[in-house]
Design a protein around this ligand. Sequence first.
Ligand SMILES: C[S@@+](CC[C@H](N)C(=O)[O-])C[C@H]1O[C@@H](n2cnc3c(N)ncnc32)[C@H](O)[C@@H]1O
Length: 301
Amino acid sequence: MKTVIDICTEKVNSGVSKDARRLFHGRGHQYPGYEHVVVNWFPPYLQLGFYEELPEREINDLVDNLLRVVPDVEGVVVQFRLSRKTQTKVWFGEVPQSHIVFENEMAFRIQPQRNQNVGLFMDMAHVREALAPKMRGAKVLNLFAYTCAFSVSALAQGAKLVVNCDMNANMLNVGKHNHQLNNQDLRDVRMLPHDVFKSWKKINSYGPYDVVIVDPPTNQRGSFVAEKDYPQLLKQVPKLVRTDASVVLCLNSPFLGHDFLFNLTARWCPQFELQKVMPAHEDFPEAFPDRGLKVQQYKCR
Ligand SMILES: C[S@@+](CC[C@H](N)C(=O)[O-])C[C@H]1O[C@@H](n2cnc3c(N)ncnc32)[C@H](O)[C@@H]1O
């Protein structure tokens, strides 16, 4: 049975690039006994996430071994993600509050010491890459845009306009910096710091769109609950797009599988034709794909 260190060593030996990477993804249930551990590489910093309590001695051993196999680590931050309470602690060296990482030559600002998400969802990197051929000259709508990673990638691939909608203005502000970090012209970017469900008119005013990305949270109390709100989204999306547009639907609930989205699109978007069910990113292997991140790509007829 492979250990966390075995997997991290394999990744390092296969040539860990200068990009941000997940080195170990226990959450995907591929490595029995390590479901509670994740290891991220935000060069030159390591971030360890624990979803269960662990004796300090075990954490020290893991950190010591990681420092042995991962070259040039300048700091290690540990995140304890126990139920709703998250705590973050610098365990080795120094780790800045704000740091720039790379994905496919694009730069993104992250906050390695932030509780919860640091600012970049690396499990979507392959989706951003797969969408690249659709982006030249496209109008792109990024719903639940967070720090605008999909939009940075869209403009880098030649999109003519990106519209970012997210109710968290602070995250959109990071997104604005991300666009600037990549020398993108903010005249090609629209920021809508609003609730998606209260913004259809404004969103529509910039359309019709060639590409739409729908990447809501799993379950955010008061603002998005998949069972109730995904149908509301899918009633609107067909009104926003051109014929032949690409629509990417994402869902990250352990309780709702691919069928949930298949059934909703059949009911509310009969003109959508399924193009592809995207596999999980290779750094995020999933033993039970229906429980992990689901990404489906449709073409609008
Ligand atoms: C999973 S994150 C999106 C990740 C993003 N697509 C990416 O790849 O970086 C979900 C985002 O949805 C936003 N959100 C939740 N409910 C919302 C709503 N009703 N309207 C607008 N944004 C919402 C949150 O603020 C959060 O930034």
